[in-house]
Design a protein. Structure first.
Lengths: 810, 264
């Protein structure tokens, strides 16, 4: 199915078709969200609670020589403090994912002995009010002995560069060589070798409306913490926190209702959560931490900055791509909070969307005196896909070929699907060339030369650029073993529970932590189709609670997977419930087999004699409250829990081969820019985003994700950057200098969709929340087209474009 | 709000406001608060007392005199300026105000606050200089009037001294004005800007390149680029623009503002 639509303010038309799946039904959660009735973490209050404020490091790198909290603690209304020294005594360092040398670093929830980036939490202060906590924090005395800082990954391993972590013996955290195919043969076969000395993917992150936060209560009687938090991957937080706090995971209850955006940035708040836990226990009162925006900018979850150096590309004269080799240098910032997983996550999309067979990538990750990185929408694949897209456009320019033709010549073809990549990943479905045609059509590509001439008459340089990317979803956590063979993670899972309650209410409980993705709605659509009822009759519990027993080790909402893991769990649990309803009805009807029954009109009936009808209300009542006389062997609870487990094998750690993700949603974006040659300022005057995420349960929700991913990418391409000065001070720590795109910054946006159902997932769906950063690549390519100069950076503010134009003149 | 403790006073008259400002060393006048409150939240500034000027009728109102002179109360918001029939006598005023930040900011931010904060990236300091505005400053000894050129003294520093208030701005008649800027996003901070007025010759005031607006003059728009070069600008470098890039932008934007002014 191919379709496209111009974006308008009118509500998306509801497709009339059989079943709820595939319809843009209105989102169940929107009423409460739009009317201010959501419950976010800062809305949760408790009697006698205290407010936590972090004292943060003003230095990028310094020894801590003295900490004195006495003046702060002396203030009336200050409940207490926590220092790094206490943390070191009470907890173990966080478990490290990395093999050596990164494995040797000692990461605590507050700085111990040394600070390693501006904004690093050093002391926590808890007081009666938020204002008082902040005032008291100013009275905490910390003496520092400043050290030189390292802010450029390229010099991090030089002998005269200061070392962040003495335990690691240097700033190298992790490295690995990935080599697939026959590089020598590829370069021997090549007509041309295109060399690209250096490409740079910059540091930025996404901007959730809600920053991080938690309200933590400690129940002394049962030694258990209840952590109300907007952490988006509680399963990961738990396995980080439990061992550090030396408690079993049953002592850590995670609760969430509404979360105001996540983007991966909210995966790594576990250090702050540990601080809240320790203080809730120490002070014997609930503790709330609500992160400020500036603190978020300074210290939370920047995206990975990455350099690609000494790239060589083997190509034929006709533009056929044979292979490449490159050295990826990744800047992790001060700590490995989810890293070095970025060192393998990119390999989910090793060849990009292209059929080259011979690829070698040497990955090196170093520590610097900057905020620690964490997954950021498009995590690690976005950096790599930007690289492959840059390579395509640079090759096209060097060979004087049309970027459209080079793409079409090298794209994995529809007839190749499912396609096994050089490193053993399996692209499940898609028709990339058809998507490109659709996207080009949406911007009127055929008339582009006329528009270029028109722009020229107005003194503008017009450029067109393509970004074609993959949003790999549903991780095989076995890929972590390519980072550290000792790790005992593999596969993936998600849980859903579906039950019929006493009055026949259909109640769905998810293991996920939605942050705006509309899980309540899409889950209800899947349930309603199986139970043959209305989505209005399906009650999906808002949020996540590990007490609900409806979660597993990988539960959460991250890495583009709900439409696969979450909805497959919902499907499995609902099908179990449907079978139980039929089993119960069969018994009630006196031994009617399930095949003779059907679900309809909010109940179950005999197909051949529909008057024999048992409403769900009766089913729920019989099992839950009126069960005397039921057959002893009737194995029905009407409360069904299903764990979805995708089909994965453990990757081979020697060859680094394996299927790393289950699905591959794809995006083709086209940007048209007009550059002002005098200033370098440019405007995106036209834009198309075409997405194929397999079967769409709710097209409007999909389109919303596509628009959001486009805005994220445009922001990154044009204005958003975390720049540090040589002393390690962040120069863009607030919205004044860190400009996220406003409505006025967004171009006219046309969206289109192709549906290539995944053959590997129960519903034909694919995860699609991240979007691959296609817009960054499209804008870079458009600037290259407009200026005629090779674009080597993912971030192109006006100044950089002006420089390109100066270089063109020179 | 996470400000340090601060006293708040709401005077009933300009005279009372002046008394409060004179009597309290650490007092600051609060206009729209779109700059001051933000720097207080960041604790970059911590006045002991806020003297709230909102609601003082003497500081509001836009009057158009018979000779075309506009008199604008310091507490006039950008939105009021944009919607004022009188202010259309000098169209550039409303046009530039419409490009400042977003609707919420424009509903609160004031012309007086914009010029008194004198952030070098603000829109209005160069505009006030180019249109030849005159600023009325009230103090214990009565009122005095200074030209916009004399008004802007340094970064965040103006001719409004301790215990004084800017009460109104008067702008002579004229239409041949232009304004050009390169901003961080459609409604973001100015990286460089320029305001130009043609009154016989061309007078351009450049923003973002020095602590105060830099004035260059030329016989016509064609001569503006040379005039900017002759000014030997040494603008600051920051994360958004190097000194070299700002210098170049100043030349381009000055010319564009002058061309726009000349074409009216």
């Amino acid at each position: 199915m191919i379709q496209s639509s111009e974006t308008t303010l009118a509500p998306a038309p509801v497709e009339v078709q059989k079943g709820w799946g595939g319809q843009s039904v209105k989102r169940k959660e929107d009423k409460r969200l739009l009317q201010g009735e959501g419950v976010f973490v800062d809305d949760v209050k408790r009697h006698g609670m205290g407010y936590l404020h972090f004292v943060r490091s003003p230095y990028a790198h310094a020894h801590i020589t003295r900490v004195d909290v006495s003046a702060a603690e002396a203030i009336d209304g200050v409940y207490g403090t926590l220092t790094g020294e206490e943390v070191a005594a009470l907890t173990d360092p966080f478990f490290q994912i990395s093999s050596v040398p990164g494995a040797n670093i000692k990461d605590f929830s507050l700085a111990v002995g040394k600070v390693r980036y501006v904004g690093e939490p050093v002391v926590a202060v808890v007081a009666e009010t938020r204002e008082l906590a902040r005032d008291a924090s100013e009275l905490v005395e910390v003496d520092y002995e400043p050290l030189a800082a390292v802010v450029d990954a390229r010099v991090a391993q030089d002998s005269d560069t200061p070392v962040l972590h003495d335990d690691a013996g240097g700033n190298l955290m992790w490295s690995g060589l990935y080599s697939w195919g026959d590089l020598d043969a590829a370069f021997a076969e090549a007509d041309r070798v295109v060399k690209i000395p250096e490409l740079h993917f910059h540091r930025f992150n996404s901007t959730p409306l809600e920053c991080d936060g938690a309200l933590v209560e400690y129940n002394r009687g049962v030694s258990q913490w209840t952590i109300h938090t907007n952490n988006q991957f509680p399963g990961f937080a738990a396995i980080m926190m439990g061992p550090a706090m030396k408690v079993g995971l049953d002592k850590l209850r995670f609760v969430t209702q509404d979360i105001g955006g996540g983007f991966g940035n909210k995966i790594t708040s576990h250090p702050q959560l540990v601080v809240c836990c320790l203080l809730a226990r120490k002070l014997n009162r609930p503790v709330q931490w609500t992160e400020w925006r500036t603190d978020f900018h300074l210290s939370m979850s920047h995206g990975n900055e990455r350099w690609f150096r000494d790239t060589e590309v083997a190509v034929k004269d006709d533009g056929t791509l044979l292979g490449f080799r490159t050295k990826a240098l990744d800047d992790a910032g001060a700590w490995l909070r989810y890293e070095p997983l970025g060192g393998v996550i990119w390999a989910q999309v090793t060849p990009g969307m292209y059929r080259w067979k011979h690829i070698e990538l040497e990955f090196t990750q170093v520590a610097t005196n900057k905020a620690p990185v964490s997954p950021n929408r498009g995590y690690s694949r976005m950096q790599h896909l930007w690289f492959t897209e840059r390579v395509i456009d640079i090759v096209a320019r060097e060979l004087d070929l049309d970027p459209v033709e080079v793409r079409k010549r090298n794209y994995v073809r529809a007839e190749d699907m499912p396609y096994t990549t050089p490193n053993g990943c399996v692209y499940d479905s898609g028709d990339y060339a058809a998507m490109l045609d659709l996207a080009l059509g949406l911007v009127g590509y055929d008339s582009m030369e006329a528009r270029r001439a028109d722009a020229k008459e107005r003194g503008k340089l017009l450029g067109v650029g393509i970004g074609s990317t993959l949003d790999s979803g549903t991780n095989n956590f076995g890929q972590s073993r390519l980072i550290n063979p000792e790790l005992q993670f593999s596969g993936n899972n998600e849980v859903a529970t579906v039950k019929l309650d006493i009055f026949g209410e259909i109640v769905v409980t998810l293991g996920t932590t939605p942050q705006g993705q509309g899980h309540e709605t899409t889950a209800a659509q899947v349930v309603a189709d199986i139970l043959n009822c209305s989505v209005d009759d399906v009650h999906v519990r808002a949020g996540h609670d590990s007490y609900w027993n409806s979660h597993a080790g990988f539960s959460g909402t991250y890495a583009s997977q709900f439409a696969v893991t979450g909805l497959s769990a919902v499907k499995g649990a609902t099908e179990m419930l449907a079978a139980e309803i039929k089993k119960l009805a069969g018994a009630v009807f006196g031994g009617v087999p399930a095949e003779a029954l059907e679900l309809a009109d909010g109940g179950v009936r005999i197909k051949e004699s529909p008057d024999a009808f048992l409403p769900f209300m009766a089913c729920g009542a019989i099992i839950n409250a009126n069960n005397a006389g039921l057959p002893e062997d009737l194995d029905v609870t009407l409360n069904c829990r299903y764990v979805y487990r995708p089909p994965f094998e453990v990757p081979d750690v020697e060859t680094k081969m394996g299927n790393l993700t289950l699905t591959y949603a794809c995006q083709v974006h086209v940007a048209v820019v007009e550059v002002d040659p005098e200033t370098g300022a440019y405007e995106i005057v036209d834009y198309a985003a075409v997405d194929d995420c397999g079967k769409r349960i709710n097209p409007q929700i999909v389109e919303g994700q596509v628009m959001g991913a486009t805005a994220q990418a445009i922001g990154a391409a044009v204005h958003e950057t975390y720049e540090y000065d040589e002393d390690g001070n962040l120069l863009t720590p607030n919205f004044y200098d860190y400009h996220v795109p406003h409505a006025l910054d967004m171009p006219p946006l046309a969206t289109g969709a192709i549906e290539s159902p995944s053959p590997f997932t129960p519903l034909g769906t694919k995860g699609m929340g991240e979007g691959g950063g296609a817009g960054i690549h499209a804008v870079c390519a458009a600037i290259q087209d407009a200026t005629g100069q090779i674009v080597t950076d993912s971030h192109n503010p006006y100044q950089r474009v002006w420089r390109l134009l100066q270089e063109a003149k020179a | 709000m996470l400000l340090r403790e601060v006293e708040y006073a709401k005077p009933g008259s300009v005279a009372e406001a002046l008394e409060l400002l004179a009597a309290n060393d650490g007092a600051r006048a609060l206009a729209g608060g779109q700059t001051l409150i933000n720097v207080m939240k960041a604790r970059a500034a911590s006045p002991d007392m806020l003297v709230d000027l909102n609601g003082l009728d003497d500081l509001t109102g836009i009057e158009l005199a018979g000779d075309g002179t506009l008199t604008i109360g310091a507490m006039t918001t950008y939105t009021e300026l944009m919607g004022s029939a009188e202010a259309k006598a000098r169209p550039i005023l409303g046009e530039v105000c419409a490009t400042i930040a977003d609707v919420q900011v424009r509903n609160r931010g004031t012309i007086g606050g914009n010029v008194c904060s004198n952030d070098p990236t603000n829109h209005l300091p160069p505009l006030m200089v180019s249109v030849g505005a005159r600023m009325t400053i009230a103090g214990a000894d009565g009122e005095r009037e200074v030209s916009a050129e004399e008004f802007f003294l340094g970064v965040y520093l103006t001719a409004v001294g301790p215990g004084e208030l800017l009460t109104r701005i008067s702008i002579p008649a004229g239409k041949k004005d232009g304004f050009a800027a390169v901003t961080l996003g459609a409604d973001g901070t100015c990286i460089a800007n320029a305001a130009a007025t043609v009154n016989g010759s061309v007078r351009v005031a450049l923003g973002c390149v020095d602590a105060v607006p830099v004035i260059v003059t030329a016989e016509s728009a064609d001569g503006v680029a040379d005039a900017v070069r002759a000014a030997n600008l040494e603008p600051p470098s920051d994360v958004h623009a190097s000194s070299e890039y700002r210098t170049h932008l100043a030349e381009v934007l000055a010319t564009r503002a002058a061309q726009e002014a000349s074409a009216r």
